[in-house]
Design a protein around this ligand. Sequence first.
Ligand code: ATP
Length: 293
Amino acid sequence: MPIIEVKGLKKRYGSFEALKGIDFEVDEGKIVALVGPNGAGKTTTLKILSGFLRPSEGRVAVLGKDPWSHPELKKEVAYILDKPNFPPHVKVEDFLREAALMVGEKPEVGEEYLKALGLQEYAQRSFSKLSAGNMQKFAIAVALLRRPKLVVADEPSSNLDPGARAQLYDLIAKSKKENDTTFFISSHVLTEMEKVADEVIIMADGQVKAQAPLGQLASSLSGSSFRITTDRPELLAEALKGQVVDGKVMVAEEAASLSDIDEAAKRVGARVVSVERVGSSLDEIFKKLVGEE
Ligand code: ATP
C-alpha cells in the first residue's frame, strides 16, 4: 500500500486555484522529492498532507488516513514545514536529551544525530546562538529521533551550505536504510535531489508534470546523446552531422548508431578513443518540464 495517496487534489485560495487536480502516490521506504519552481504548489501540497490545510476537492490519504480528520497521524509522521522554533535559552544538548527520553530513546542516540550532522560542537550552546541552518539541521535530528514512519519536509536544505546539505542527505539515506523511513521532501532544485531521491515528482503551476524514478526521467525525456573522444573531432562531427563540444563530438542517439559512428570514423580516417552515452542535464530536463527557458 502506498504511504501517501493523492487523487484529484485541488486547493483554492479564494478564486485562485493553487492546486489544479493533482494525482500521485509515494511508496513506503522510498525517498521521494517534490520539485518545482516558486509558486508551483509544493508547500500547499505538503500542508494538506500534514493536515494543516483542508483540500477544496479530491482525496488525500497518509498511512491510509485523511490527515485533516486524523491529527493523531502526527505521532507516526514527522512534519518539518515552517522555520524551526526552539526555546531560545535552552541548551541544544539538554533539549535533545529530554527529546530522546520522551520517545524512549537513550540520550546517546541524540548525540549520534548531532555528530552525523556536524553539530556536536554546538551541543553546549543555547538555541539563541544557533544559525538558521543549524536550527534546520537540528529540527531534522529531533524529527528522526522518534523513528517516524514518514518524514514530510518542506525545503529542509534551504539554509544549508553544500557541506551541510551533503551531511543532511547522508543522514536521510541512512535513516531510510536502517529504519525504512519514507521521506517526502520538497525542493526547487532538481539536481540537489539527484544523489538521494529514488523518485521525483515535478510540479509547476499547480499541476504534476511528471513522476518517475530519477534515471528514468532523464532517459525518457532527455533524448540521450553519444559523446565521442577522437583525434579528429571536426571531421567526425561533420561526417555524423554532430557538434564539437569541449573537443568531443556530440551526436544525438536517434541520429546515429554505434555502427554509424564506426563507419564514419573509418571513412574520414578518425581514431575513436571512447564513446559514452550521456543524457541531458537534470537542469535541462527540469526546465523542459516546467516550461522555463
Ligand atoms: P515556494 O517554492 O515559493 O515556496 P510553492 O511551490 O511552495 O512555492 P505554494 O506556497 O504552495 O508554492 O503556493 C502556490 C500558489 O498559491 C502561489 O501562487 C501562492 O502565491 C499561492 N498561495 C499560497 N498560499 C496562499 C494563501 N494563503 N492565500 C492565497 N494564495 C496563496
